[in-house]
Design a protein around this ligand. Structure first.
Ligand SMILES: [Zn+2]
Ligand SMILES: [Zn+2]
Ligand SMILES: [Zn+2]
Ligand SMILES: [Zn+2]
Ligand SMILES: [Zn+2]
Length: 450
């Protein structure tokens, strides 16, 4: 009896986690059924309130209401205020209250609209949106070409369950791009559905500390490369994909420390700016830095940014690191970098992962990098910036150069050999159908210094 009760509790917990972390507009929010008829059309029913979430039938909608009610009411009110009736995908009410001309009916306007809705809903709800809630706003059900949301017409790609089309014509128009993206998008779906990232990974297969006799020994770099190759051998599994995403950050940093000749310092201070979920999740990955930096005996890591969640000053070290008597100091701050500035801090390296320096300007949302970037440059140390795409990397670099006259490029925009291999679906739409809809963290990087 006890065992049965234990099981159902675990199931209930998993169900609760699922409602927080899994959302695809192409499947029922409760049972994941895409409800496809033979012609590929879906018989899912949209929530009549927000039109953003779908159910196989009334039973599952009713069952889900306790999870959905709060966000549904706020999305409804907020989108109405933003003049949502003018936006494809958000035709909720024809009584126009307020019209924002930024939200034109093209890809850019629709991107801006969703970004706005996302920020305004989050402001109103006074808490961080769950992954599922964020996805509900950013990944609505629509034609991948014209963004039409006429659900009755939308045919879903049954292979990936990530895109839909309003017509055969539009499916044909997307054929070339989607044939490249489809299998990676399916990986996105499978990773999300596995709830691996919500439930946790278990023990991460870390590498043991390397030993070397002299600073900058090539054995360390070789060790990282071997480790990276062992990760790449498992790309066929969900765990393998996720692992490359987790380990991309420490591997990228170590590789750079070696190429900038900083790996032979005995004491190192690294500031990670604009940190958030990606940096704070699986926090023990940072201990791995010590394994690849055998000369370092004091490592200080500072995480700064409004999305930093409370991690406190210390971290458990593995036995080998304890026996080596290394000191790992962790500082976390939820301030913006320009507010955080600690005049005593002398970082050896500043890092901004997947920074998106221009994202907020494009969407006319308060741009805080404008104040932070000049302060970062003033620290007078190398600044590593990674980006999702080559294009974004170039615009991030331009942004730095337009804000700071004396920024020298130590490494121009280039592909990062330790980029993640876990695909992410781009929520932004492009009028240009040749732009891929899948991207990877830390894909490109550049390094600047005053
Ligand atoms: Zn269902
Ligand atoms: Zn709703
Ligand atoms: Zn269409
Ligand atoms: Zn597909
Ligand atoms: Zn260790």
């Amino acid at each position: 009896m006890a065992e049965v009760a234990g099981c159902s509790q675990a199931d209930a917990d998993k169900q609760g986690l699922k409602h927080l972390s899994f959302f695809y507009a192409t499947v029922c929010a409760v049972c994941d059924d895409p409800c496809l008829s033979e012609d590929g059309l879906s018989t899912l029913k949209a929530c009549g309130g927000c039109h953003l979430i779908f159910y196989c039938g009334a039973d599952h909608q009713k069952e889900h209401w306790k999870f959905h009610k709060e966000i549904c009411l706020i999305v409804r009110a907020t989108s109405k205020k933003l003049g949502a009736n003018k936006i494809r995908g958000y035709r909720i009410n024809d009584d126009l209250e307020e019209r924002n001309d930024m939200f034109t009916e093209n890809a850019f306007g629709f991107n801006t609209y969703r970004y706005y809705l996302y920020f305004n809903v989050q402001k109103k709800i006074r808490r961080a949106l769950s992954t599922a809630e964020s996805r509900m706003i950013l990944y609505p059900r629509m034609c991948n070409i014209c963004f039409s949301n006429d659900v009755k017409q939308l045919q879903v790609c049954a292979k990936c369950l990530c895109v839909s089309y309003c017509s055969k014509d539009h499916k044909e128009k997307d054929k070339e791009r989607h044939s490249k993206d489809c299998s990676e998008l399916r990986v996105c779906f499978e990773i999300d559905k596995s709830l691996l990232e919500a439930v946790g990974f278990g023990d991460i297969p870390f590498s043991d500390p390397v030993s070397c006799d002299f600073p900058g020994s090539p054995s360390c770099l070789e060790d990282i490369k071997n480790y990276s190759e062992s990760l790449l051998q498992n790309l066929g599994t969900i765990e393998g994909r996720v692992l490359t995403d987790i380990m991309s950050a420490p591997m990228t940093i170590v590789q750079l420390l070696y190429s900038l000749d900083l790996a032979s310092k005995s004491s190192l201070s690294i500031e990670i700016v604009g940190a958030g979920g990606f940096e704070m999740q699986y926090f023990e990955k940072w201990e791995q830095l010590l394994h690849w930096l055998p000369v370092v005996n004091t490592l200080s890591l500072t995480f700064v940014g409004p999305d930093v969640e409370g991690q406190l000053g210390c971290m458990n070290l593995c036995e080998l690191c304890v026996s080596r008597k290394v000191d790992l100091k962790i500082v976390c701050s939820t301030e913006f970098y320009h507010d955080f500035i600690n005049i005593h801090s002398r970082p050896d390296l500043i890092v901004a992962f997947n920074a998106g320096f221009t994202e907020n300007i494009q969407c006319k949302i308060k741009d805080t990098w404008k104040n932070s970037i000049p302060e970062m440059i003033k620290r007078n140390c190398p600044i590593l910036v990674t980006s999702y795409t080559h294009k974004e990397s170039k615009s991030d670099l331009n942004r730095v150069q337009s804000l700071v006259k004396n920024a020298n490029v130590l490494m121009d925009c280039q592909k990062n050999i330790f980029s993640a291999s876990k695909p992410l679906q781009d929520w932004e739409l492009h009028d240009d159908e040749t732009i891929p809809q899948v991207y990877y963290r830390n894909y490109y990087l550049f390094v600047v210094k005053a």
